[in-house]
Design a protein. Structure first.
Length: 312
């Protein structure tokens, strides 16, 4: 039988490149669409001779059509992945967000793809006091980033319900791991703290450090995507959390990195005011994603953090 063909948009990015690696290992033919706005060619270096790489914008309908040709599953990871960036430039976030998502959906449907898997975000929940966050809760996006991810979910569901393109939205909860770009102040907090602390510099905490996140090792996000791709029944635009069901404060994150990096005396964080659009607490309920896909986290926060520190 012919190999299965996947498209990974944002495949040169952090999560996308891990997906590419896993799909290749499972014998898929992989095409990547990336505009290198935050993705990097270096992330794909070991696999460049085994993938088809298209450079450009996922919101470009001509390119999107070419990218979806003969594809069975679209893994739509491309976006501008930052809450504070979306506050500074909501139009750019919208273009890379809902506009690109809609363009890719339309192309996937025209190409006859079987399923569209969307990288959604836990930010859609907003700052609701109820923990853990479960998918039946009313979304309350705080930032333009959260709104753009939520809009994408609704397009995925609409295409599944009314246009015959099956799809699912995976609400990622703070994914971390190797290849997450640490270089900007907008980078994910774990990549940022790991970088500065391994250079012996103190991390900067926005707020008092008691905010918590369900920090999720990237292997878990890959696992959820593969389960979603292989699921035999229609997913009908379902929205599913992808996390670990465990939460960690930034203060505990700093302590864990001090330990793993064997910093003695430990580095003390600096404090700055909280960032607009930031939420206080986040924790995934895994009930629905477990019932629907059989998903359970493969890697705990501690093991994921240890693997990250050892990988560099
Ligand atoms: C949101 C989403 C996440 C993902 C991400 C985009 C939530 C709960 N999570 O992540 O699922 O979509 O956006 O990639 O909405 N911080 C510091 N110092 C730093 C950097 C960050 O204190 O140097 C704080 C930051 O203010 C926040 C926390 O760390 O309170 C986490 O920030 P982040 O940017 O890593 O991720 P977050 O939660 O906005």
């Amino acid at each position: 039988t012919a190999p299965r063909r996947a498209l990974v948009t944002g495949g040169a990015g952090f999560i996308g490149s891990h997906l590419v690696e896993a799909l290749l290992a499972r014998g898929w033919q992989v095409r990547v669409l990336d505009n290198f706005s935050s993705g990097q060619l270096a992330n794909l270096k070991p696999w460049l001779d085994r993938i088809e790489l298209l450079e450009g914008d996922a919101a470009d309908p001509v390119l999107a059509a070419r990218a979806c040709r003969e594809v069975e599953v679209v893994f739509h990871q491309a976006a501008i992945p930052s809450v504070p960036k979306s506050v500074l430039d909501p139009i750019a976030t919208h273009h890379a967000g809902p506009t690109a998502t809609l363009t890719m959906l339309q192309a996937a449907r025209a190409a006859g793809a079987r399923r569209f898997i969307f990288a959604a975000s836990s930010s859609a929940y907003g700052d609701t006091p109820t923990l853990p966050k479960h998918e039946a809760m009313l979304p309350q996006p705080l930032s333009p980033y959260a709104a753009s991810k939520l809009a994408g979910e609704h397009y995925v569901a609409a295409f599944a319900r009314s246009m015959g393109l099956d799809g699912v939205s995976l609400r990622y909860f703070n994914i971390f791991g190797p290849r997450q770009d640490p270089s900007s102040p907008y980078s994910g907090v774990i990549s940022r703290f790991h970088l500065v602390m391994s250079h012996g510099a103190p991390p900067t905490i926005y707020g008092d450090g008691t905010q918590t996140r369900d920090f999720t090792a990237v292997a878990n996000a890959v696992h959820a995507n593969l389960l979603a791709a292989d699921h035999p029944q229609a997913l009908r635009g379902a929205v599913l959390n992808v996390g670990t069901g465990q939460r960690t404060s930034l203060l505990d994150l700093v302590a864990a990195l001090n330990r793993l990096l064997q910093l003695d005396p430990p580095l003390q964080p600096r404090y700055e005011p909280p960032r607009p659009g930031d939420i206080a607490h986040s924790l995934a309920s895994l009930e629905l994603v477990h019932a629907t896909l059989g998903y359970q986290p493969l890697v705990s926060f501690e093991d994921g953090l240890r693997a990250l520190v050892q990988s560099s």
